[in-house]
Design a protein. Structure first.
Length: 305
């Protein structure tokens, strides 16, 4: 069984080993969540690396990752459990054909764990030789409030109550990471059960370090121009600002094109990798992008780069 990190420095080292460049405040909050056995609630814009934290934790700790991808209309049968109705019907017909035992025994057997289909939340409560799994509840803001309310028991007691069986409690609580893109507010009752952290866009230095990890081999000048351009872009009024994921994709795309530096034509031709809305692309294409690139190059020249 893998041992959890025993200090903030150890958390930073753990994340670094998984190529996740975290600042000290995130490492501190994650350390406290692990130490206190509390869920970690991460909010922030899409593409800033919230989901990646859970993936890196599972990989570096050698724990199983159990992911619940949330969506509108998510219900218990998809998230928690459901009964294996076809198998139950088969069992009933077999009992009828053979003149099987009494009805009470049959009913009790039909609603036993043998007929239970486990979904992500229930799977995360099951013991594992490698240690408690990492439970990722991704994009919770996409679900509705009734499902959010159902999670209160799971997050406070790490148990799920099945009416026909009773409560099923985790022998060792899972490491819970909850993410939200803040398309709606999550209820305070759920937030109170978690430690909270806002994952912001990275600074230029940290974003450059991320590119060095995620897209090695790219010319340093190109990486600096990309980061400078994206940082300036995030200061403009756009429908959807590019996240770190888009920065990484753009860098890979430019590397595939064998670019060693940015130029206005290349930017115009590849804006669809960086921006995801036509209005944003139309706004930035041409002189606007060229002006930003000129500013980036002036900033780099002033620094002697």
């Amino acid at each position: 069984m893998s041992i959890l990190p025993d200090s903030i420095d150890a958390v930073e080292t753990l994340l670094n080993s998984g190529d996740y460049v975290a600042d000290r405040s995130l490492a501190t909050t994650l350390f406290l969540a692990l130490k206190m056995g509390r869920p970690l609630f991460l909010e922030g814009e899409a593409g800033v690396g919230k989901t990646e934290i859970a993936k890196v934790l599972a990989a570096t700790l050698n724990r199983r990752l159990v992911r619940l991808q949330c969506y509108e209309g998510l219900d218990l049968s998809s998230a928690v459990y459901e009964w294996n109705y076809p198998r139950q019907m088969l069992e009933i017909r077999l009992a009828e054909a053979t003149g099987g035992g009494d009805k009470e025994t049959l009913a009790r057997d039909l609603f036993s764990p043998d007929f239970l289909v486990e979904r992500p939340l229930l799977q995360a409560l099951k013991p594992d030789p490698a240690g408690a799994p990492v439970l990722l509840i991704d994009e919770l803001d996409r679900t509705d409030e009734p499902f959010e309310a159902y999670l209160l028991e799971v997050l406070s007691d790490f148990q799920i109550t099945i009416p026909e069986i009773g409560p099923i409690k985790a022998a060792e609580p899972p490491i819970v990471i909850i993410t939200s893109n803040r398309t709606r507010e999550i209820h305070d009752a759920l937030k109170r059960r978690c430690l909270y952290y806002w994952v912001d866009y990275p600074s230029a230095e940290r974003e450059l370090a991320i590119l060095e990890r995620k897209v090695p081999g790219v010319q340093k000048r190109l990486s600096r121009e990309i980061v400078g351009f994206v940082q300036h872009l995030r200061e403009t009024e756009l429908f959807k600002l590019p996240g770190v994921a888009e920065t990484i994709d753009w860098t890979r795309a430019l590397a595939f094109l064998d670019k060693v530096s940015l130029d206005p034509e290349t930017i115009d031709n590849t804006l669809g990798v960086l921006l995801k809305y036509q209005d944003d692309i139309a706004k930035m294409k041409g002189s606007e992008a060229a002006n930003i690139l000129r500013q980036v190059q002036q900033d780099m020249a002033a620094l002697g780069i």
